[in-house]
Design a protein around this ligand. Structure first.
Ligand code: FPP
Length: 249
């Protein structure tokens, strides 16, 4: 990952600059419950979820996190009511179009990952436009998983590698972790150091299955629309108190 030197703004005093995770991944859960608790239709939680996301991007960038990856829409989310699916698609498109100027200003490089070809044409166009526009930026890597599934990602990597073997471009013995990782959507991004899941659910939900092998997992009861700078500070604080052993003693 090539990033420009980071300028850390407003890092809370209780966080150590030299122990920040390089890559934070987030499962943004609890939008529906947030709305229901307020007597609103559950889909009304998603626009508030977008506000939290905007703030999380700003905050990670301000504090010098090198990469942020969020789970916006899973391959399983197509099973939700059509109205909700359409709303999420619309919100992602609006977000990309509206946030592009600020992403340029912040030098953020945007990547969309998942089976993007199955998404509405106007959303695909917005994705392509914002990825192209930010492709030479050198600041934080911001990745939005859309129509993404960890198993599907692993399968498509296997398929590509199998074709290479079939064509004689690769020998089976050459397939190691680094070859495999080069075929994942996250090829140029380091694995997440910290995986945050909001709303108290204790599941990975098919998110970054390969990449979270050694990630520290932080689960908060806070619902995603209520996740703010202070919540992120707490997650980072918890991370900094963990001892990472990567299988060693
Ligand atoms: C989970 O909440 C959230 C989602 C399935 C969608 C996340 C989408 C956004 C935050 C907005 C759009 C994204 C971008 C990138 C602009 P849930 O509805 O499953 O909550 P529940 O478990 O309480 O029902």
């Amino acid at each position: 990952m090539t990033t420009k030197p980071t300028v850390l703004k407003e890092l809370p005093a209780d966080l150590k600059r030299d122990r920040l995770p390089r890559h934070v991944a987030v499962i943004m859960d609890g939008n529906g419950r947030w709305a229901k608790r307020r007597g609103l239709p559950r889909i009304m939680g998603h626009p508030r979820g977008v506000d939290s996301l905007r703030e999380a991007v700003r905050c990670c960038d301000d504090w010098g996190i090198q990469a942020l990856t969020v789970y916006a829409f899973s391959t399983e989310n197509w099973n939700r009511p059509q109205q909700e699916v359409m709303l999420i698609m619309t919100l992602i498109e609006q977000f990309l179009r509206r946030e592009l100027p600020e992403m340029m200003e912040r030098d953020i490089r945007l990547k969309l990952m998942g089976n993007l070809s199955a998404l509405p044409a106007s959303l695909q166009a917005a994705m392509e436009q914002s990825m192209n526009a930010t492709s030479n930026n050198r600041g934080m890597q911001f990745t939005v998983a859309t129509n993404y599934g960890g198993r599907q990602e692993i399968l498509q990597a296997c398929r590509t590698i199998a074709h290479q073997v079939q064509q004689g471009a690769l020998s089976p013995d050459e397939i190691d972790e680094s070859v495999f990782e080069r075929h994942l959507y996250t090829a140029s991004i380091c694995d997440p150091d910290l995986l945050i899941r909001t709303s108290g659910e204790m599941r990975i939900s098919n998110f970054l299955l390969w990449q979270v092998a050694y990630s520290e997992i932080y689960i908060t009861e806070t619902l995603w629309p209520d996740f703010n700078r202070d919540e992120l500070r707490r997650a980072l604080l918890a991370y900094q108190q963990r001892e990472r052993r990567f299988g060693k003693v």
